[in-house]
Structure formats: C-alpha cells, structure tokens
Write a protein that binds this ligand. Structure first.
Ligand SMILES: [Zn+2]
Ligand SMILES: [Zn+2]
Ligand SMILES: [Zn+2]
Length: 327
C-alpha cells in the first residue's frame, strides 16, 4: 500500500511479479527482472504502476510491461504484448469470436475511473469472459486460430535503422538486427486500440484470412451486404434469428441490420446489413458458423445482384484496399 500521507497515490498499483504470456517471459528459467515502482503510467488507464524489465533470452531484446495488472486482468491479456493469455490472440479476435461486449471509456479520466471501478469486479469479470453468449462456433474458431506454443521470434531485437540505410558501422557488435525490415503491423498499432479490440489491423488480417479459409471470402462486388443462413432449426423464427444475430455481434448497432428475411419453408434466412463493413464483420465472426437454438447453422455470402455485369469490377479493382478501409 502507498504511504497514508500521500493521498494522491490512492489507486496506484504495486506488484511483485508481472502478468505475462509465455512468449514475453521467454525461455530463460532464471530470468531476472528489474522492478520500478510507479515507473510509468499505464498505457491504457494512465495510473502509475510497477514496471518490470527483463531479457527474455540470449540475443533477444529487453522487454517491459506497458499496462498495469488491473488492466491486464480486466481483459485477461499479457502486460507486455497485450495478447490474450489463453489463446495468444489480439483481444479483437477473441472478443469477436466470443461475442464479448466492449465498453471502452473514451477520456483519460473515464479510463482511470473505469480501471478503479473494475478492480473490485474482477471476479465478476471472469464469468463475463466465460459469457453464455459465447457460442460453440466462436470457441471452435478461437481454438483453430490460437497460438499455444511460445513464439520467441517475437522477442528478437528490432531491425537496425542504420543498417537499413546502409550506414551502420557497428557490424557484429550491433545489438540490433541486420536484415531487411519486414513490415511489422504490431509496431504501427496503438495500445488503446489493441487493448480495447477496435481498429486493430492485425486482428482484421487474422479474421479475414480465416474467413477466406472457411469459404467466406468477401465478394468483390462491394454492393453485396447480405449473408445467407441455411439449415436453420425448425423452431427458428424471424425474431429468434434476428435476436441471435444481434447477440452474436455486440459491436454493431441494431440500426446497422437492415432486415432479416426468414424463409420457414426452406429453413433459411437472408441477413441484410446496411453497410459492407458490417457484413464483413459478421462474416468474420461467423466463419465457423452460427449457433441458433442450439444448432449450427451454415453461413454464406449473398449473391451479387449484377453478377453478370462487369462495370463495377473496374472501379472496385482500381483501389480495393482503400475502399475496404472506408468506415
Ligand atoms: Zn491500467
Ligand atoms: Zn506477452
Ligand atoms: Zn546496426
């Protein structure tokens, strides 16, 4: 506990050992940690916390904790890499698969208050992570995507910026890596976004390539904003499908769902979204199917209305990346 006289330190965090994933901890059984109390402010809640620094293995770069333990526990992530401790995945992937609600406080004051408030509710939060809304298809997806073995390559030193410019004179003494830089998405990410699981380019890439693998590649025709559900249980109704759809996509507003057209006779339904980004998010979230009334339902992209027409293709291919980023 902080000294009583220093009332401003209420809520400051002290800890004996960091909460880390296996990769960040490294393979050195005798790892020595340096510890600095209130060494910096947490990258997400801004409250001062105990910062740890260590070398995760021979030839690796020093690692340090960037968020406090409370924040790490709230989301069950590593204090250093911010990846989920169980699956080794970005929170955005985990939360999308498990249909977890993300309430991200916006201002610094709110974030501090949020973390303090959550501190007392961590137990409750564990059950939240175990949410009933988590459908078995989502859990299956996480198991397929999980990185369970430690991935020590991630601890390598950064690429030497002087070497890249052909100017490094340190040769083999240089502590940085002398190789051509591979674009690292992790370095371009923002801590807040990664932590709260929003606008995370790495998560987006993981989920869209998984959707592709599962046969849910987003159609080139950007006007397609519908998903088709098949083999619905006989008990399903338009309302039960709609409810389930919204439940499984907590990140979207009900207004982003244009309509649900349920065809009882053929046990299928069309889920029509108002925008393409939402339809893509749904396809990624449902890559392993969707569970409705306890049964696994098939998911496919809707058909292009002008499948035969060519002109839309030309405009789409001019800059597909940019148009995919919109919204
Ligand atoms: Zn924090
Ligand atoms: Zn880690
Ligand atoms: Zn160098």
């Amino acid at each position: 506990m902080p000294p009583k006289s220093d009332i401003n330190k209420a809520g400051w965090e002290q800890s004996e050992f960091p909460i880390l994933c296996e990769t960040c901890l490294g393979d050195n059984a005798f790892v020595r940690m340096s510890k600095q109390e209130f060494g910096r402010s947490c990258g997400t809640c801004a409250r001062p916390f105990t910062v740890f620094r260590w070398n995760p293995g021979t030839g690796m770069r020093y690692k340090t904790t960037v968020i406090c333990q409370t924040c790490a526990q709230i989301k069950n992530v590593c204090q250093t890499c911010l990846l989920d401790l169980e699956y080794g995945l970005p929170t955005q992937v985990r939360d999308t698969a498990l249909a977890l609600q993300n309430e991200a406080p916006s201002s610094d004051i709110n974030r501090e208050y949020y973390a303090q408030n959550m501190e007392g509710k961590l137990e409750k939060n564990k059950s939240l992570l175990d949410s009933h809304r988590a459908q078995s298809a989502g859990k299956e997806m996480l198991k397929q995507l999980a990185r369970t073995d430690p991935y020590y390559k991630r601890n390598q030193p950064h690429v030497c910026s002087f070497f890249v410019k052909g100017e490094c004179k340190r040769g083999s003494e240089c502590p940085y890596r002398h190789e051509k830089p591979v674009e690292s998405e992790l370095s371009r990410q923002n801590i807040q976004d990664r932590y709260y699981g929003r606008n995370d380019p790495v998560a987006k890439k993981i989920m869209s390539s998984h959707a592709d693998t599962m046969g849910l590649q987003a159609p080139e025709d950007k006007s397609v904003m519908s998903l088709f559900l098949s083999s619905l249980p006989a008990s399903s109704t338009e309302l039960s499908v709609r409810t389930r759809v919204l439940q499984s996509l907590p990140a979207i507003q009900p207004s982003q769902l244009r309509s649900v057209v349920h065809v009882a006779k053929s046990k299928c339904a069309f889920i029509n979204f108002k925008d393409r980004a939402t339809a893509e998010l749904a396809a990624q979230a449902w890559a392993n199917g969707l569970d409705i009334d306890g049964e696994r339902v098939g998911v496919k992209w809707g058909r292009s209305k002008n499948a035969a027409a060519g002109p839309s293709k030309a405009s789409a291919s001019s800059d597909p990346g940019a148009s995919a980023m919109v919204s």
